[in-house]
Design a protein around this ligand. Sequence first.
Ligand code: AP5
Ligand code: MG
Length: 210
Amino acid sequence: MDKLSMIFLGAPGAGKGTQATKICEKYNLPHISTGDILRANIKAGTPLGLQAKAIIDKGQLVSDEIVIGLIKDRLQEDDCKNGYLLDGFPRTIEQAKALDSFEKIKMAINIAVNEDEVVDRIAGRRMCVCGESYHISTYSSDTCAKCGQKLYQREDDKPQTVKSRLEVYNKQTAPLIEYYSNKGILYTVDGSQDIKDVYNSIVKVIDDNN
Ligand code: AP5
Ligand code: MG
């Protein structure tokens, strides 16, 4: 078995974060989310966080240079030596090319969900600072089931910001589907199924191709 280096592709709200948590637990891999790293920087008030906040709140992308630097450093850490799961990176062709220059990616798994469904999922999402996310239709408490902290709504989950995130996704990130398909490492799962079935579909893809 070689290094399990994987990417999750998918629109905002497709379920990348939800599935990444579970998949990383099963395969004992680090879950590397550029969105989570950027939000942690915003919370800590770092220079990067201050710079990123205005961009994220508008639903735009942080510069390629910044996120490529973040990922390059992160992938050199010890816990990545047997593999990792990238969630939210790469998001532009430029980022994908940079990643190819320093890593060999084994699988790109696209979680496919139609646009109406993702809008609904984002509108009802509630987050915990520990990384868990919930949906108001299936979870009625306002505290996290894992750690008990209070749930909040992400600043960029407001309807007008979601609209620009989807536009950015269609223009800049969706072309990655073809990029990885051309490399012969793209696997698509039906993300409109319930959380457990999406998980089972992803596990099957990984086990069949590892
Ligand atoms: P990021 O945090 O990556 O946000 P995103 O890509 O918009 O994705 P989301 O986190 O919104 O969705 P998700 O697919 O993780 O869905 P989730 O599992 O939570 O990025 C945020 C921002 O940071 C970007 O806009 C950009 O500005 C910046 N950024 C990040 N990476 C960057 C990069 N590489 N380059 C430049 N800028 C970057 O699920 C959503 C909801 O649906 C939840 O409520 C969940 O409970 C529910 N749900 C999940 N699965 C199901 C299911 N199967 N059925 C029913 N409900 C479900
Ligand atoms: Mg996410």
